[in-house]
Design a binder for this molecule. Sequence first.
Ligand code: AQP
Length: 325
Amino acid sequence: MKRMLTGLQPTGVITLGNYIGAIKEMAKRQDEYESFIFVADLHAITVPNMDLNLKEKTRSLIALYLACGIDPNKNTIFVQSENEYHTNLSWFLECNSYFGELSRMHQFKEKSKKNENFTAGLFTYPVLMAADILLYDTDVVPVGIDQKQHVELARDIAIRFNNKYGETFVVPEPVMSGAGAKIMDLIDPTKKMSKSSENQNGVIRLLDDLDVIRKKIMRATTDSEMNIKYDPENKPGISNLITIYASILNKTVEEVEKEFIDSNYGTFKKAVADTVVQEVSRIQDKYNEYINSDLIDKILEEGKKKSRIFAKAKYEAVKNKVGFY
Ligand code: AQP
């Protein structure tokens, strides 16, 4: 059976973008693959944030994974920092990565602009992500389009390492959701919806109050035209709402355009709000069942053991290939 892996950072409550871009895709494919899903807490410390509350956010993220349909019987669920082979392998991969290629990573360019005192960890973070992926002989990685470049880097590193030391790593493929690979901010639809965004009104977090979610969608930035047409360049706001609606209901953009051909923006926004609220409400009900249950501790204990077995074997194989004692 082929393997699938994805991980999210516990940098805040996950957004509708994270859900549509990564988790929903993972849940949809969990019967087809042997799956690993983790909390990327080591990645969370690459940016300055003194209020991380990692323990609480990690637990909350696991409860959200479960609430979004990640089945603990079909997935190995674990916390990255509980498995030191990720950082160990990362060093081997760093020594097979180039300064030039890391300098070209879009996320690094964007995030380093926000703080001129950015860390070396922010720069090498895509290599740690490559280690996360390559440790498990991962075939596919469900990601939003913003992370596609990082999976391509993992592919390049795997191929380079295999050529140098002999067949060691499976070369992974990124997989993206059909309609919704990138969900944009509701206030500034030219910018990606992000957990760490400063303007709360542009972001739908999965634990937001349902009335607040409805208001955020009804107030989303649109244009001065009237037609529900997918045109991300000229109509980024309405195109984003089309993507959200299509992704949640598993429809194509064309189907949505057809459905709302005679509607105005108000009617369409209300339909989007109803759909999102219904989906998020279902997730929140499940989240409340899980968050205080000891199921989370059991899942993580099990996931820690299982992930370490896989990771240790691959790490030892890499050390041998490179020729260490
Ligand atoms: N707006 C988005 N649309 C679609 N997919 C998205 N992802 C993130 N934002 C969107 C996907 O979610 C996964 C989570 O990645 P992450 O937690 O490692 O961090 P990120 O990509 O940096 O996500 P955020 O929300 O923007 O976090 P912060 O604000 O902390 O940087 C990835 O698969 C990503 O593609």
